[in-house]
Design a binder for this molecule. Structure first.
Ligand code: TIU
Length: 221
């Protein structure tokens, strides 16, 4: 048994074959000026502080030959997978599918849709493209995890209260034991990040656990 010091209590991992690192949406759209995050009116530079920590976690999983799953929020070029409820939301100048400085906003294959170079997936790592905020919605993620016998998920990425929290809730409902790595996730709104951390681990871990990257590395040994 592997123990990772966490809140509200230790996170227990039966063995290392059961775990995957899920890195949510570390794509240029959210971390660099000119993408979707900025089009929504956010200061995207806030998110860059976690990049070294996410990289450290990627390196740790790579060194141990443990599975890594990256996700990308994106839509097909014809936007057939983007409902009006998502497309028409917001009052920014640029909407999903419009041409911006990083190409078409949130469209698969555009320059802005790439994962930032520091965290680029390596061959053999899974990349899930997802049209929703949650990574289980309209994707093969659940099938893929069950096929590999993975029961425990460690979460990093952006943004804490939107795609990370949504995916953690989806995972928790599906029975995956979910751990959020606090210093490997970030939000455009610090108060939303803090509230998300607290609501995940409240009520005896109603959605899962939270911890730090250092605790993960210590626990994995
Ligand atoms: N707007 C915002 O905070 N996030 C998103 O739209 N997507 C993700 O969180 N990836």
């Amino acid at each position: 048994m592997i123990f990772i010091s966490a809140q509200p209590y230790d996170y227990e991992l039966p063995d290392a074959t059961k775990v995957a690192l899920i890195v949510i949406d570390m794509q240029r759209d959210f971390l660099e000026p000119g993408g979707f995050g900025e089009a929504l009116g956010n200061d995207v530079t806030r998110l860059q502080s976690i990049v070294p920590t996410v990289r450290k976690l990627l390196d740790a999983f790579r060194d141990r030959h443990l599975p890594i799953i990256h996700t990308i929020e994106c839509h097909k070029p014809d936007l057939s997978d983007c409902p009006p409820a998502k497309l028409n939301r917001g009052k920014g100048k640029l909407k999903i599918g419009d041409v911006g400085p990083l190409g078409r906003i949130l469209v698969l294959g555009e320059p802005g849709n790439a994962i930032i170079s520091e965290l680029s997936p390596l061959p053999g790592e899974t990349v899930i493209t997802k049209p929703g905020k949650g990574a289980f919605y309209h994707t093969d993620l659940e099938y893929l995890l069950r096929d590999k016998g993975i029961t425990h998920l460690l979460f990093a990425g952006v943004t804490t209260e939107v795609c990370v929290q949504t995916t953690m809730r989806e995972a928790n409902d599906r029975g995956f034991e979910s751990l959020l790595i606090e210093d490997a996730t970030e939000s455009y709104f610090p108060e939303f990040k803090q509230a998300t951390i607290e609501m995940i681990r409240a009520q005896g871990g109603i959605v899962g656990w939270t911890t730090t990257a250092e605790n993960v590395l210590q626990g994995l040994g």
